[in-house]
Design a binder for this molecule. Structure first.
Ligand code: F3S
Length: 294
């Protein structure tokens, strides 16, 4: 149930149920800060390939504490620590790190690691893997690396139809989802696959409960609100999905990264304002935004 965080006269602001950091992101961020403190004291270097989470405010703070970003593990200093991000990496990445003499600090979210296990197990037992998700997302690229071949990534119904057209007549498949995929789209795509493949496909809905809860909380709040503000980083897949859910229910939905890019003059024209936030949005940003709108 959304919580009322401000009320005065006709104006009310409610915060969506389960807004902000999910378990996996909080775990990765807390561990990274603790590691940087430890390594800062011992003089060890800490590297990451890309941003630890999709939130620039947090990653800027991590870099200020000494985290260095490199393009590939080979660019890190031998013997240094290397972080594996919450959305995981493929099996080859671990090998490359070991070969480069790096100490791995694995912050893969356990829900993502479970998908890696399902994909690897399907591959070992001779099944193809269908990943329902966005082929360009690092999480999906990581899962692909554990799935071997054959592997297909499907993000919409036309891609599902194309996959079915080109399919060999034999062979079993295991279907998994990107953790942040929209539930309705998973249902539509897998419904089509199940109708065509029947027992040849086993489906494992691996959309994470944190994603599901944030999407449900956002949808419910957007049904009440006459204006929705969705907070997060422009690169965050789960925040973009929250925005698309908010837009589908509420005609006035706005995206903001933090308090500085809020369209306050527009928001001030509405009475019932809902706030939702992606799984990589820190609580501090949510509080600042609510405070300035209040
Ligand atoms: Fe993990 Fe789910 Fe968050 S997969 S990183 S708890 S959105």
């Amino acid at each position: 149930m959304a919580e009322t965080v401000f009320q005065k006269g006709t104006k009310e602001i409610r915060l969506a149920d389960k807004a902000g950091f999910c378990f996996g992101v909080k775990n990765a961020v807390d561990k990274a800060f603790a590691l940087l403190d430890e390594c800062g004291a011992s003089g060890e270097r800490v590297f990451a390939t890309g941003r630890l989470i999709h939130n620039r405010t947090v990653t800027d703070e991590l870099e200020a504490k000494g985290l260095r970003t490199v393009g590939t593990p080979g660019e890190a200093e031998p013997g240094a620590r290397i972080l594996i991000r919450a959305h995981g990496e493929d099996a080859a990445f671990y090998e490359t790190c070991r070969a480069a003499g790096l100490r791995i600090e694995d912050m893969t979210c356990p829900f993502v690691a479970r998908i890696h296990s399902i994909a690897a197990e399907a591959h070992r037992s001779g099944r193809g893997v269908v990943i329902v998700g966005d082929a360009a997302h690092p999480e999906v690229i990581g899962i692909r690396g554990w799935a071997g071949e054959p592997c297909a990534v499907i993000s919409n119904l036309p891609e599902a139809e194309a996959f079915l057209r080109d399919l060999p007549e034999e062979g079993g498949w295991t279907g998994v989802s990107q953790t942040t995929f929209i539930e309705e789209n998973w249902d539509a795509i897998t419904g089509l696959l199940k109708d065509a493949l029947g027992e040849r496909i086993e489906l494992r809905n691996t959309i994470c409960s944190a994603t599901r809860e944030r999407q449900e909380g956002c949808r419910e709040l957007a049904g009440w609100a006459d204006c929705m503000v969705v907070l997060g980083d422009p690169a965050s897949a789960n925040t973009k999905k929250l925005l698309s859910i908010a837009e589908s229910v509420c005609p006035n939905a706005f995206f903001a990264e933090n308090k500085t890019d809020l369209p306050l003059h527009i928001i001030a024209g509405y009475d019932k304002i809902g706030v939702a936030a992606g799984a990589s949005t820190p609580e501090r940003i949510i509080k600042e935004v609510i405070s300035i709108m209040s």
